[in-house]
Design a protein around this ligand. Structure first.
Ligand code: SF4
Length: 607
């Protein structure tokens, strides 16, 4: 099996039972690992209509086949589940050490199901799987939980846990490990719904051994040579993702004040260089030379006086321009507050921006907002609102349900200003100024994420970002590539200079599976994964009508956006037609029987 562990651990919290199962070799051939395998198991095991917060939902933790091998930037891990925000299939990816610990414990996947009778955590060591009382961990933030688990089970222990927001079922709670988070889609909410505070590992029985060690060592050397010389690697190591902020602003697609505008005048206060100057130490994931993270001082809230790894670009967007703010320290402190409660910073920022716009338009009054003055840029009030979301108190209870459900409960015109796709709050790129990216977000089987297929050519200006025609095929391709990379897992920021040919050679050397032997074969695996994920959603009633964008994107020309001023999505229908055609789907966005046969997908699984 080479670098596959070949086994999954099934943890049933309802009966405090665990079993180890073989993973059939054919599944590796068809789905590789991580996102691919996670999606396949979720599709097999869930029935249509499963409530994401019910014991029947699965929380699938997975590591890529190249994780822990020494390849740089391949040791992240993934969580696959049915999202309580979107009701769709979902995967969130994160760093830290936990994934490699899982591999060393002998598992490619851990499938968690059922619900514990009382707050619990699961610990895996050389003697097996232990179901333990977590009542003394309840209410604690991720740092205190991880420290307690190391004290209890040994300093080599690595864990993944939820914070107070996950316990209280805020719909966009995260799973934390080390200083990193599996952020999006409410994966921490699903963990909270199962009564599971943490899962920890302290055992190393198996190190992944490549099928062809000499060839694999050559590839590793080649990757390190590429990284040493590549300017992008240097940029990411120095500045990390904050350098993206000015690029996005110059394109006029930096969402400002809840997507009302596309540039902010005071951008010079939040450049990559500004955040670099506040960086106190480097940070990063297991086995990664790029180390794109950075530790920065926190001055406000429960983590005041300590440092956090952050902020990333998406957090700068969400607690900066989106709220009409360009105060670096506010962004860092708001990031730390979300980390403390265990909240997704993108969803939290979009919910707060939504509240500000409703306040501005008189659709939310000061008394609705528990006396908070939610004017744009009112940092003190906005900080308090984040805290209320984390505690699920007052107006925070409404916003903790996410923008889509908040709009439904507020009623009236409130729905006009909710910036979400399929219920997932939108990331920091305005689709009106990058229309292919807009198509990618609209058709994403996980809702409004920037990580479902990133059209680099459009973002770098190699293709016209404002043209709508001819985008379908390009987006179909980047979505296949992303599905493939998420199944290895190749970090988007750490895989600098690598291409499909490199992945193919690395997979064959690592596993000995000849079916991975060409870029075309890998793209077909990527296509199979997005098609399977679409089938999962179709089984739950999703169709073309759900491949949409917020009304603002198709009706309000972008304002104050430099080169993108006046842009709007004119013909989403035409974009969808092209995209479906490129993937062999019907006009309703359904894969045809022929396509399903070609990709070896059985659409009746779990129905
Ligand atoms: S580039 Fe950054 S996010 Fe990616 S693996 Fe390295 S440290 Fe982690």
């Amino acid at each position: 099996m080479g670098t596959f562990a070949g086994k999954l651990l099934r943890v049933d919290l309802s009966g405090s039972k665990s079993t180890v199962e073989e993973i059939p070799g054919l599944l590796f051939r068809d789905f590789i690992s991580a996102r691919g395998l996670g999606s396949e198991y979720l599709y097999r095991e869930l029935k249509a209509g499963t409530d994401p917060l019910s014991p029947e939902n699965r929380l699938i933790l997975s590591i890529g086949v190249l994780g822990g091998t020494g390849l740089q930037g391949f040791s992240k891990w993934a969580v696959t589940t049915k999202s309580p925000l979107t009701g769709t299939i979902f995967r969130a990816i994160t760093g830290g050490n936990f994934g490699v610990w899982m591999k060393h414990a002998g598992y490619d996947l851990i499938i968690i199901q059922g619900k514990a009778e009382q707050p619990s955590y699961v610990h895996i060591d050389g003697e097996g799987v232990h179901f333990l009382d977590a009542r003394d961990l309840m209410g604690l933030d991720y740092r205190r939980v991880q420290i307690k688990l190391k004290d209890r089970h040994g300093p080599h222990t690595e864990s993944a846990c939820i914070g107070p927001a996950g316990e209280k079922l805020v719909r966009y709670a995260v799973i934390s490990s080390g200083e990193r988070t599996a952020s999006r889609g409410g994966v921490g909410t699903v963990m909270g719904s199962k009564g599971l505070k943490a899962i920890s590992i302290n055992v190393a029985t198996r190190k992944p051994a490549p099928h062809d060690p000499a060839r694999f060592a050559n590839l590793l050397k080649r990757q390190i040579d590429i990284l040493k010389q590549h300017p992008r690697k240097k940029n990411m190591s120095t500045f990390g993702t904050p350098y993206i902020t000015t690029v996005v602003d110059s394109l006029g697609i930096l969402p400002v004040k809840n997507f009302q505008e596309g540039r902010i005048e005071t951008i010079r206060e939040i450049t990559g260089k500004d955040f670099f100057e506040l960086k106190r130490a480097k940070a990063g994931c297991h086995v990664c030379m790029t180390r794109c993270g950075g530790m920065r001082d926190v001055t406000l809230g429960p983590f005041s006086g300590s440092r956090i790894d952050g902020p990333e670009y998406e957090t700068i967007y969400a607690f900066g321009p989106l709220l009409g703010i360009t105060d670096k320290q506010f962004v860092i402190d708001a990031n730390a507050l979300c980390d403390y409660y265990g909240l997704d910073t993108i969803s939290a920022g979009v919910c707060v921006a939504y509240a500000c716009e409703l306040f501005e338009k008189g659709l939310v009054s000061p008394s609705d907002a528990n006396g908070l003055d939610l004017r744009w840029g009112n940092q003190e009030a906005l900080f308090s609102l984040i805290e209320m979301i984390g505690k699920r108190e007052g107006f925070g209870e409404v916003l903790g349900e996410g923008v889509k459900r908040a709009a439904e409960s507020l009623g009236g015109d409130a729905g006009l200003y909710g910036m979400h796709i399929k219920g997932l709050e939108m990331p920091g790129y305005d689709p009106r100024g990058v229309k292919g990216y807009g198509l990618s977000m609209a058709t994403s089987n996980m809702g409004g994420t920037h990580m479902y297929g990133r059209p680099r050519e459009e973002l770098s200006g190699k293709t016209d970002p404002y043209t709508e025609e001819g985008k379908g095929e390009a987006i179909a391709r980047v979505q296949k590539e992303q599905a493939l990379e998420d199944s290895l897992i190749a970090c988007t920021f750490g895989n600098t200079g690598l291409d499909l040919q490199f992945y193919s050679e690395a997979l064959v050397a690592a596993t000995g599976i000849g079916a991975f032997g060409s870029p075309e074969a890998l793209l077909e695996i990527g296509e199979r994964i997005i098609c399977l994920e679409r089938c999962f959603n179709i089984r739950d009633g999703f169709s073309r009508k759900d491949d949409s964008l917020p009304g603002r994107m198709v009706s309000e020309p972008l304002r104050n956006a430099g080169p993108a001023t006046g842009q709007v999505i004119h013909h989403l229908d035409r974009l969808l037609d092209e995209y479906y055609e490129a993937l062999g789907y019907t006009k309703d966005g359904m894969p045809t029987d022929e396509k399903l046969r070609e990709l070896r997908i059985d659409r009746h699984k779990g129905a």
